[in-house]
Design a binder for this molecule. Sequence first.
Ligand SMILES: [Zn+2]
Length: 197
Amino acid sequence: MVEDPQFHIDAATGLLRGVRQVLSPHRDARPAGQPPELVVVHGISLPPGSYGGPWIDRLFCGDLPADAHPYFAGITGLRVSAHAVVRRDGGVVQFVPFHARAWHAGVSSWRGRAACNDYSVGIELEGTDEEPYEAAQYAALRGLLRALQAAYPALAQGGVVGHSDIAPGRKTDPGPHFDWERIAPWRAGAAGVSTGG
Ligand SMILES: [Zn+2]
């Protein structure tokens, strides 16, 4: 059995060591004194169902060419990002320092608390609602969750949710094939994670 990769977050910069960085302009500061308290898992592929291309990087950098694919015309103006993306092979790319606010959640609410971007970390898994994620992606996600909880202890209170949990009716990702059992200890509300009321 392959061990989960180990990651380390530099506390001063909020950046993962040894990981490809593509810093997105789609970010700003969290509310003063607000640490990350929740992790939101997403699924993304560009164009939908296609893996491995440069388009997620380009979208998050505000640089997606509208004419490269028919789907892109409708999303090229979006100002969105996530803190990190896990590619199909488990490779991690970081777009926003973890202490900063990435623009991944949109209109959202978790346990009565709105504006989830303020207090969450957004991690995108490259994938779709239609097929399973790869074992290497779960391994990388577990490694990231360990590193995040080491760097930001408040995350242990909140745990992990899906985008569909914080924007029900509007978002379906990471989709029905995301296997929560593979990150069971971290799931919000799991034993050992405070439900927070
Ligand atoms: Zn999402």
